[in-house]
Design a protein around this ligand. Structure first.
Ligand code: 5GP
Length: 199
């Protein structure tokens, strides 16, 4: 499981979708949220858009690997779908906030934690303003929250600067590839080859 966090405007959505375009074994976990869909967003693709009551029902049924209230709206990762995807051998990417990432870290599910940073604070502010999808109130809320999010970057395993989407994408790809080569993830292979060498 690859957990990607970063402040609003860091470009998580763009970088993750660029990654999905080139990695067939990678799947995105689609979260449930109580927030309203933005123009162009599709139910079941960007999010499962649910009512507060539906979210609370899923919470009651313990079907969230993690959940958080972000900018006044609820967001959660459906546990059952993530577990299903992991058992089929896929790598699952979770694009979630820092509160959610902390919960995943505390759960028993193994994950690699990547924090996406903008090249500068000024660039971040420009990106959020240029997005134009937010009301003034939401915009100010996102700017204030960005500082709090960045303060938690040092808790993550890797820091990736999103200066160019393709470069950020390739850096995360390199992280995934290196993580797969970790000794701990290759014990069976070592065992098999050492038995073959002995035979
Ligand atoms: P947005 O409303 O811009 O799509 O997302 C707002 C924030 O919520 C982003 O930081 C995004 O990463 C985060 N987010 C999206 N889905 C989830 C989720 O399932 N869990 C948590 N904890 N955060 C999420």
């Amino acid at each position: 499981m690859i957990v990607v966090s970063g402040p609003s405007g860091a470009g998580k959505g763009t970088v993750c979708s660029a990654l999905l375009d080139i990695c067939p074994e990678l799947v995105l976990s689609v979260s449930k949220t109580t927030r309203e869909p933005r123009t162009g967003e599709q139910d079941g693709v960007n999010y499962f858009f649910v009512t507060q009551a539906e979210f609370e029902q899923a919470l009651f049924e313990q079907d969230f690997l993690e959940y958080a209230c972000v900018y006044g709206q609820y967001y959660g990762t459906p546990r059952s779908t993530v577990e299903k995807m992991l058992t089929t051998g896929c790598d699952v990417i979770l694009e979630i906030d820092t509160q959610g990432a902390i919960q995943v870290k505390e759960s028993r599910v193994e994950g690699v934690f990547v924090f996406l940073l903008p090249p500068s604070g000024a660039e971040l502010r420009t990106r959020i303003k240029n997005r134009g999808t937010e009301s003034l109130e939401n915009l100010q809320r996102r700017l204030a929250a960005a500082a709090q999010e960045v303060a938690l970057a040092s808790e993550y395993d890797y820091i990736v600067v999103n200066d160019r989407v393709e470069d950020a994408r390739d850096r995360i790809l390199a992280i995934i590839q290196a993580e797969k080569l970790r000794t701990g993830r290759n014990r069976e292979l070592i065992q098999t080859i050492s038995e073959e060498v002995k035979a």
